[in-house]
Design a binder for this molecule. Structure first.
Ligand SMILES: Cc1ncc(COP(=O)(O)O)c(C=O)c1O
Length: 337
């Protein structure tokens, strides 16, 4: 096969392999002629999200991707002498953005690849301002449960913001996953982050949102840059929310393919961590074994995440692609050449 004919399969950024809803594309086409106009504040989207979650519009803060909201939370709420707690082996943006704002961050250890909140509690001091938890956790795919989250919230001081980043929540099939909206009613220091980048398939448009107590929302909104949102995104997001069937189908296919990939990787002797996300984390005995698997897949045009770039040794993260790409992965890993 000539190099130019080689198809690249992108499974390194936890994107949706099924694209986005056709209705989203229609909405974008309809609005494309207006790109010369400045965008308005996306109040229709705020209201739609508020209705969906049974909260007030004042509790919704929209941002250009949830990373922009993570950035905003650090920038707005963490003073120079305060500290942030994050987990080892978690979403890299928390530490990158804390470092960008020159804020001190402390790592909590995981227990069996789970963001164990029991390990956070002894790290909390008077200086602690924000705790970031990715749930499901990127890259390990593990979750903390409702009971575990509530147990920790009872003990965490109210002035500490507990940010639960649920970028992958629509993929979760485990019933013990937190009902974070109900917990937020009891614990207003719980901040929920969600995104349109994953199951909705709109990563390139940059749309994320926070569900957050009103006074905190107001502070975040005041600190926003003007024209923080692009003019194609609001209608695209509204169309995405309206097409619930697309989301359901993607979730269904993801859980089927996730189970298939997990079982097959296990069968060939890999140490795979059970995942609730749209990706799977594999831990190797050493970096040599890991690099061999990485190379084999990348030589076949399958791009996966080598966790070395995130400072994590001996591990790879594979996005759950469609059936065809998963078959191709298994073929590559089991063929002798
Ligand atoms: C846990 C987590 N949160 C947030 C994001 C980024 O989301 P967004 O595209 O909305 O900035 C990612 C992306 O990989 C992620 O893994």
């Amino acid at each position: 096969m000539k190099n130019k004919d080689k198809v690249t399969i992108r499974l390194n950024a936890n994107e949706n392999p099924y694209g986005c809803s056709a209705d989203v594309l229609k909405a974008i086409k309809k609005n494309i002629k207006n790109v010369h106009l400045y965008p308005a504040i996306p109040i229709r989207l705020e209201q739609k999200l508020a209705d969906k979650f049974g909260v007030d519009q004042k509790n919704i803060v929209i941002g250009a991707g949830s990373v922009r909201l993570i950035d905003g939370i650090i920038q707005t709420f963490v003073e120079p002498d305060e500290e942030i707690i994050i987990f080892e082996r978690s979403f890299i943006a928390y530490e990158q953005l804390a470092a960008a704002h020159r804020r001190k961050y402390i790592f909590a250890e995981q227990t069996n690849f789970v963001c164990d909140l029991e390990n956070v509690l002894p790290l909390i001091t008077k200086k602690t301002k924000v705790i970031f938890i990715s749930n499901p956790n990127n890259p390990t795919g593990t979750i903390i449960t409702h009971i575990q989250l509530e147990k920790a919230l009872k003990k965490i001081p109210k002035k500490v913001l507990v940010v639960i980043d649920e970028a992958y929540c629509e993929y979760v099939t485990d019933k013990s996953f937190p009902d974070s909206l109900s917990l937020q009613k009891k614990y207003p220091n719980l901040v929920i982050l969600r995104t349109f980048s994953k199951i909705y398939g709109l990563a390139g448009l940059r749309i994320g949102y926070a569900i957050i107590e009103e006074s905190l929302a107001n502070i975040m909104k005041t600190g926003r840059i003007p024209f923080f949102f692009n003019s194609l995104s609001e209608d695209a997001a509204l169309a995405a929310l309206a097409d619930e069937g697309f989301v359901e189908k993607c979730a269904e296919k993801n859980s089927k393919e996730r189970e298939y990939l997990y079982q097959h990787l296990k069968q060939i002797g890999m140490n795979v961590i059970p995942s609730q996300g749209n990706f799977i984390y594999i831990v190797f005995k050493n970096d040599i074994e890991k690099e061999a698997v990485y190379k084999k897949l990348s030589d076949a045009g399958i791009v996966i995440a080598n966790m070395k770039i995130f400072g994590q040794d001996k591990s790879l993260r594979i996005g759950i692609g469609n059936k065809k790409s998963i078959k191709k992965i298994m073929y590559c890993l089991t063929s002798k050449d």
